[in-house]
Design a protein around this ligand. Structure first.
Ligand SMILES: Cc1cn([C@H]2C[C@H](O)[C@@H](COP(=O)(O)OP(=O)(O)OP(=O)(O)O)O2)c(=O)[nH]c1=O
Length: 194
């Protein structure tokens, strides 16, 4: 079995990868997450997932697989990152209120000089939120470390009227695509026959 490293500090990603049955270690990647000029949201998440994996892979043996991931929330082609304060979270959640937005999650595997990335897009539709609901939500402490200022797997689950795509991708790691990608690198889940 090849050695597998998850290049992430996210407890959600760790739980999702463990759910697939893999044995792995975690090694957070510290990279610059600034959006580049003229970069589309899809290009952005793909680049970050690859950079996170490559940053850890360069310290590893050529046979080690490194999986990195990045999630961003996109509304009308604008990237909504993690909020720094209540004002930013209010801005994000006011935009998402009553509307459909996209959650883009990229996963990337780097092994020595080989790499491959996949981007998964999910549509999420929110109910209309009042200013008081947004303020109350901020004070739960849930939005602070999450792209777009919400966590679908938590209290904000009640804001979501409809989702079209991958729930696990919204939480941070798309289960289907991750298993497929790792199998391509000869690292199958326990249920794969090959
Ligand atoms: C939209 C949404 C995001 N998120 C989280 C997933 C990611 O952890 C985070 C987006 O930030 P990321 O920069 O993708 O990830 P991270 O900094 O948490 O972890 P790392 O870079 O070390 O892998 O937002 C949820 O948990 N639920 C949601 O519904």
């Amino acid at each position: 079995m090849k050695k597998l490293i998850l290049a992430s500090q996210s407890p959600r990603r760790r739980e999702l990868l463990a759910q697939l049955g893999y044995q792995f270690t975690c090694c957070p990647a510290d990279i610059d997450e600034t959006v580049q000029l003229h970069e589309s949201p899809k290009e952005y998440v793909e680049r970050l997932a690859l950079e996170k994996s490559a940053c850890i892979a360069k310290e590893q043996a050529e046979t080690t697989l490194v999986l990195g991931s990045d999630t961003c929330v996109v509304y009308q082609n604008c990237i909504l990152g993690k909020p720094e304060n209540l004002a930013q979270a209010t801005d994000h959640l006011t935009r998402l209120s009553g509307n459909t937005h996209q959650v883009l999650t990229a996963i990337a595997v780097v092994q020595g000089q080989f790499s491959k990335a996949v981007v998964v897009c999910t549509d999420v539709t929110f109910k209309t939120l009042t200013t008081q609901e947004i303020i109350n939500y901020w004070h739960t402490g849930e939005p602070q470390d999450k792209a777009g200022s919400y966590g679908i797997q938590g209290i904000a689950g009640q804001f979501v009227k409809h989702i079209c795509g991958s729930y696990s991708a919204v939480v941070g790691l798309p289960l289907y695509e991750t298993a497929q990608l790792l199998a391509e690198f000869s690292c199958p889940t326990p249920v794969h026959s090959s």
